[in-house]
Design a binder for this molecule. Structure first.
Ligand code: VG1
Ligand code: CO
Length: 542
């Protein structure tokens, strides 16, 4: 039954910020997925006798891909594969299952916040035994394996029925189809004060959760509706669709505009939230107020002890470099270790494993803790509900109080999408070459204080990762960061991150784009961005 197929290396199978992401049509090419999956097996020293977790966000091609991977896992002698019913697992649920079952790793089928469908994107991510995204040492080994691949193994058998819970044998491999939601919901219940949240909701607190037609619908129904008592009408777009309803499942004010519109009305619910394609991102919005992800992370750090799972306090905190320093201010005030890592959740893994960080977050709407090794959208939502249930304040009041206590980091990210790769690379290369000489230069109203190409030395394993973004600070207390995205599938995406600090008590209530006007101008003066990219302005502002 085991068949060995001859193949040739495919040149572009280098994982990016979060796994291998390509257009769906690329993944559908003959041997494309098979090559990458066999490269995973080869890159990690084989899967003979190992246990894996498998699931995805339900996007187009997930079902077919799951069947291909199950046959390849069985052909290569895996002991067991735990797979979500119908092939569904959110990224956080997959991370939890790897840890719960002591599995050797897992494969997540998702391109996360990228649109899905036959004209959209697909992706494959490998997670290791700690439940987290493979570190660069592992993704490099997988890529090297892909460069010399000559054959792969599969089974010549019909597809399995993944719609029924239970165990079936595929050759010598146990395939265990599990409920994708149950274990994850139990984990949430173990961390948060469900009684307090249920009482808040029973008292008339109204919430609205937008699953954006992606994977979190069933999870939100179990947790928010069944366990916490919210009405079914609190859920929007809660049935996962293979093309996410034609939408862009990225929870930010631009792509979750329907939710934003609801929340900005006078009769808005008390709390709104959304999650992305694979359920690891979150958006938090109160009546009349959007909470920037970097601020959300800082608020959670300052209030986490209100949740039973964090009542003993935090060991430390961590943020990605482009995230604002709002977290650092809470850490300084509370005497917590605060780590600054490159973009991508894989860089938090060692800190979480070593007990050096309890909470982590990224400006791109990823927040999470040591309960798993991925960022976790619904975790952040339930954490916020727990905080609101205990503090009995509106989201707007929580934010105002937070800024009064810690000051405010105004923050924005401007994305220039699908720009010519040469132009984007040229802009970064030229600016990088000038970094040593930038200090002291004045651009508009701001004077450069420091300029660096961010490198990270992991304090746990000593590994060094270079070229992780150009970071420029200004004497006036502002900061500018530029880096190229590692998750796109066409052209280049240039991300420009800006923040400035206002200590208060004056000036805490400004519009972020206005508060950052000097940084926006300095960025263009420094880089000549508009001319070089041929763009008048960014495609997406968050
Ligand atoms: C983006 C975000 C990054 C995040 C990554 C994966 O990467 O900036 O913070 O970890 O997506 O998120 P990039 O390289 O495009 O900037 V997810 O929810 O798409 O897995
Ligand atoms: Co995601």
């Amino acid at each position: 039954m085991i068949v060995t197929k001859t193949t040739r290396p495919i040149a572009d199978q280098k994982p990016g910020t979060s796994g291998l992401r390509k257009t769906t049509s690329v993944f559908q090419q003959p041997r494309y997925l098979e090559n990458f999956v066999q490269s995973i097996w080869n890159g990690i020293g084989g899967i003979q006798g190992k246990t894996l977790v498998l699931g995805g966000d339900g996007r187009y091609f997930c079902q077919e891909a799951a069947q291909i991977i199950l046959k390849m896992a069985a052909a290569s002698g895996a002991r067991k594969v735990i797979v979500g019913e119908s092939g569904l697992l959110s990224t956080p649920a997959a991370s939890h299952l790897i840890r719960l079952h002591g599995a050797d790793g897992g494969i997540i089928l998702s391109a996360s916040h990228n649109p899905g469908g036959i004209d959209g994107d697909f992706g494959v991510k490998f997670n290791t035994a700690n439940g987290g995204p493979a570190p660069e040492s592992v993704t490099d080994a997988i890529f090297r394996a892909s460069e010399t691949l000559s054959e792969y193994q599969t089974l010549n058998t019909p597809d399995l029925d993944l719609g029924a819970l239970g165990t079936v044998m595929l050759a010598q491999t146990e395939i265990v189809v599990v409920d994708p939601v149950a274990d994850y919901a139990a984990l949430m219940e173990s961390l948060f004060d469900f009684d307090a949240i249920a009482a808040l909701i029973a008292g008339g607190f109204r919430l609205c959760f937008d699953a954006m037609h992606a994977v979190t619908g069933p999870y939100a129904r179990e947790i928010l509706v069944r366990r916490l008592g919210a009405p079914e009408t609190a859920l929007r777009n809660a049935t996962p669709l293979p093309d996410f309803g034609g939408g862009h499942p990225d929870p930010n004010p631009v792509w979750a505009h329907d939710l934003m519109e609801t929340m900005m009305r006078a009769d808005a619910p008390d709390f709104g939230a959304a999650s992305d394609g694979d359920g690891d991102r979150n958006m938090i919005v109160g009546r009349g107020i959007y909470v920037t992800p970097s601020d959300s992370l800082a608020v959670i750090a300052a209030n986490a002890q209100l949740a039973p799972g964090y009542a003993d306090g935090l060991a430390g905190v961590a943020r990605s470099m482009p995230s604002s320093a709002a977290l650092d201010r809470v850490a300084a005030a509370r005497g917590l270790e605060c780590h600054v890592t490159p973009t991508g959740w894989k860089f938090f893994g060692n800190l979480l494993d070593a007990g050096r960080a309890t909470l982590c977050g990224e400006e791109s709407a990823g927040t999470g803790s040591d309960h798993i090794r991925e960022k976790d959208g619904l975790w952040a939502v339930v954490m916020w509900l727990n905080i609101l249930a205990r503090r009995r304040m509106s989201v707007a009041d929580v934010m105002a109080a937070h800024w009064r206590e810690f000051g405010r980091n105004y923050y924005s990210r401007h994305d220039y999408e699908n720009v010519a790769t040469d132009a984007a690379n040229g802009l970064i290369t030229d600016l990088r070459a000038r970094l040593d000489k930038l200090a002291g230069e004045t651009h508009g109203a701001l004077t450069v204080a420091t300029a660096e190409d961010f490198s990270y030395a992991d304090p746990v394993d000593g590994s060094v990762t270079r070229n992780q973004g150009l970071q420029i600070t200004f004497a006036e207390g502002a900061r500018l960061v530029l880096r190229l995205s590692g998750t796109g599938t066409s052209g280049a995406t240039l991300r420009v991150y800006m923040d400035c600090f206002v200590p208060g008590p004056e000036g805490l209530d400004r519009d972020p784009q206005q508060a950052l006007a000097d940084v926006i101008l300095a960025c263009d003066r420094l880089t000549g961005m508009k001319d070089r990219l041929g763009r008048d302005g960014p495609d997406v502002v968050t």
